[in-house]
Design a protein around this ligand. Structure first.
Ligand code: GLC
Length: 724
């Protein structure tokens, strides 16, 4: 390979824009392909269209190396699943895997080999717009969801033409941006980096994720795109990661903005030496690096290593043997929006919903709830239902809640948009909504954010409901009518004025193509809600970042204001709604706690189990959660960490025994030694229905310290269910 051909393999060009796929593939691009000047395109799609581009690469370039075609397929390709934070709220890795699998089947049928997903950035600050794209705040939980999505996207054999290369993104600590601002600096300790932000990436690599994407931001002033300690020493060295690392959009060029280089060529050199294999869209590798490569043996070695990893990714996908295996127009037509895919999207959407409050037992609704007023523009906002990063999702494919309720309730339904999410509320529109509410027996108020108030570059300084929505909510609540609130959102929100006394609140996130049927099935009790919060809801913006796994401090927060403690004086010390919170239409009792041993020895395991009884008259799911606390260690340890969860379907009146089996290494933390260690001593554990609804507790000892080679949160807890 010539130097130009090598650098061409490392060059990823935008073949279009998200909203105009393929739009930049002109004759000049075909010539670039013929010259071997590009290795991959993103924002392209179409089995037939990409077949021609691939044919030119394979038949009309000197080396005939196939191209990689990529897109952000983050929560569905054409059949849209809930936004990722909603998928996480299912608290079931099987749902996350199913969503990824369906997305892979549809995306690969359209000629795509590579998705920039899963996004597994830990998000502890609800102001950050991209919290919507991930699985929330908790390292063990996000690690489990990372593994499930990698399995879903990549299947068991990447050479199968319905499997797609996954991307663990955005490697480092993208979610730690100061102030919850997107792209901002992550000024965090090494311990926080290793214990909080990196475990999901370790898990994704362990699960075989074929690629990583670096984050835009710097960690302590070192831009991740040029962070040799993080990429070369840790990822390539300690973790021995052999996969493909891709930059983020123009992030190589942005090294100039970071102020660590002055020229494009200097930026390219830093990124290449940091083993960023493929450069997304800034074109520096292909256009500016030939001379530097010729002049520097060190950069030459780096380029060769990167080219090998790019070629190996293409080999894993089977593209050298069958470059057009992903280009079957008949398959593309057959799989898009299939009934099976719609059914899967509806199932995951139903299971993603979180019942925050049901104070007066208003839910589930009776089949004939009388005259219902459906209030809120979001009830008819098909575009918002498919969220950000919608890939090829189409609003016209969406069944809105309005459409479903019109069909289900007919003349017993009156609808008023009342207010949108932007600008000023229209008093007359609100007045119409109030009149509709007053004419009804029951109000369903659909409120929250629209899809574009979260996502990339969508951080908010205030996580309150948009002003017109607050105004509408106050007016509707003032009618005194029974109100069921359905909350559409991409982030935890300050729920003022919704979470007043006697509230009924169902979090629906943005549920995807099957929005209407999914929400209606939960509201009318066809499905009992079983979702849980993957991120804490702060009481108000000032409490952000709020997360469960914080350190106790020397003066642990105390509700007694007369005591000086780590708290605000003007609000309670708890979040509005805790990590893992979610109600059900059923009720469950926890009993029969058992632990297989009182001492967890090196090489041994401990199994902690309990009986969960559905004491209600309806079949329902319960999410059984296992938390731990290391009360005394070489450094302060979080007040609570998750180490197990299981969503279990338990028929009315029946009991299931849930057993969690753990290894000593799962209690290892980033010790002052720089290794992952667990000290000899006691470990406390708690089993409950939420992080703040603990039902059973116990403890055991680690008789000897443990040295591990992985973050404890990244390891897998085995779960067994007895009685099914
Ligand atoms: C974006 C995002 C990244 C995405 C990439 C390609 O800026 O940060 O998540 O994969 O560009 O669309």
């Amino acid at each position: 390979m010539t130097t130009a051909e090598k650098l061409g393999q490392l060059n990823q060009m935008a073949g279009g824009r998200q909203i105009a796929l393929n739009s930049r593939i002109n004759e000049a691009e075909y010539d670039r392909v013929r010259a071997g000047g590009v290795g991959s395109y993103l924002h392209v799609a179409g089995a037939e269209f990409l077949a021609e581009l691939q044919r030119v690469a394979v038949e009309e370039s000197r080396l005939g190396i196939p191209l990689l075609f990529a897109m952000d397929v983050v929560h569905g390709y054409r059949t849209m699943f809930p936004v990722p934070l909603g998928i996480a709220a299912t608290f079931d890795p099987a749902d996350a895997e199913l969503a990824a699998r369906v997305a892979a089947v549809e995306a690969t049928s359209a000629g795509l080999h590579w998705t920039f997903a899963p996004m597994i950035d830990i998000a502890r600050d609800a102001r950050w717009g991209r919290i919507v794209e991930g699985a929330g705040e908790e390292p063990f939980f996000v690690s489990a969801m990372a593994r499930a999505q990698v399995r879903g996207y990549q299947g068991t054999d990447l050479s199968h033409s319905d499997t797609i290369l996954a991307t663990a993104k955005h490697f480092g600590a993208y979610g730690a941006g100061a102030g919850g601002r997107d792209y901002d600096s992550a000024d965090i300790s090494e311990r926080t980096l290793y214990e909080v932000y990196l475990p999901p990436f370790w898990a994704a690599a362990d699960e075989g994720a074929g690629s990583f994407m670096v984050a835009f931001n710097d960690i302590g002033g070192v831009p991740t795109t040029a962070n040799r300690a993080l990429l070369n020493d840790l990822l390539r060295g300690s973790w021995d990661y052999q996969g493909l690392v891709v930059s983020d959009w123009n992030s190589v060029l942005e090294l100039i903005n970071h102020g660590v280089v002055e020229t494009r060529a200097e930026a390219g050199a830093l990124a290449l030496l940091a083993s960023v294999d493929m450069e997304m869209t800034s074109g520096i590798y292909a256009a500016d690096m030939a001379e530097a490569v010729e002049a520097s043996p060190e950069i030459q070695v780096a380029v060769d290593a990167s080219v090998l990893r790019v070629l190996m990714a293409k080999e894993r996908l089977g593209l050298f043997d069958a470059p057009l295996a992903y280009n079957d127009p008949a398959r593309e037509a057959a799989v898009m929006l299939s009934p099976e895919h719609r059914a899967a999207a509806r199932q995951v959407a139903e299971r993603s919903m979180v019942l925050l409050r049901n104070d007066t037992g208003l839910l589930p609704l009776a089949d004939a709830p009388g005259r219902v007023a459906l209030i809120g523009a979001l009830a008819d906002d098909a575009r918002s239902m498919i969220g950000s990063w919608k890939a090829q999702g189409q609003p016209e494919d969406v069944t809105t809640l309005l459409a479903t309720l019109q069909e289900r309730l007919g003349d017993n339904l009156v609808y008023e948009p009342g207010a949108g999410t932007r600008g000023e509320a229209d008093p007359e529109a609100i007045a119409r909504a109030v009149r509709a509410a007053e004419s009804a027996d029951l109000v369903i108020l659909v409120t929250g954010e629209d899809y574009n108030l979260s996502g990339e570059a969508r951080s908010r300084s205030d996580i309150a409901l948009p002003a017109p929505q607050q105004e509408l909510a106050r007016a509707i609540l003032a009618t005194g009518k029974p109100v069921v609130t359905v909350l559409m959102t991409g982030r935890p929100l300050d729920l003022e004025p919704l979470d007043a006394d006697d509230a009924t609140i169902l979090v629906a996130w943005f549920p995807g193509t099957e929005t209407g049927p999914a929400i209606a099935n939960v509201l009318f009790g066809d499905v009992s809600p079983g979702g849980r919060l993957p991120a804490s809801f702060p009481r108000r913006t000032g409490q952000a970042p709020y997360f469960m796994g914080h350190y106790p401090t020397g003066r642990p927060a105390d509700p007694d204001l007369s005591k000086d403690s780590a708290r605000y004086m003007d609000i309670p010390i708890t979040p509005a709604y805790a990590f893992g919170h979610g109600l059900s239409y059923a009720s469950f009792e926890y009993s029969g706690l058992n632990q297989s041993t009182d001492e967890l020895v090196q090489g041994g395991t401990i199994t902690i189990s309990a009986d969960i009884t559905n004491t209600s008259g309806i079949d329902a799911d319960e999410v059984v959660q296992l938390y731990v606390r290391d009360p005394v260690a070489q450094v302060a340890r979080p007040v609570q960490e998750m180490r197990g969860f299981s969503r279990v379907t338990i028929p009315a009146g029946e009991t299931r025994r849930v057993a969690f089996t753990l290894l000593p290494e799962q209690f290892a933390y980033f010790a002052p030694s720089g290794r992952f260690e667990a000290d000899a001593g006691r470990i406390d554990f708690r089993i409950g229905s939420s992080s703040d609804d603990i039902r059973l507790t116990g403890s055991f000892d680690l008789p000897a310290s443990v040295i591990a080679d992985a973050p404890g949160a990244a390891l897998v807890t085995r779960v067994e269910i007895e009685g099914e």
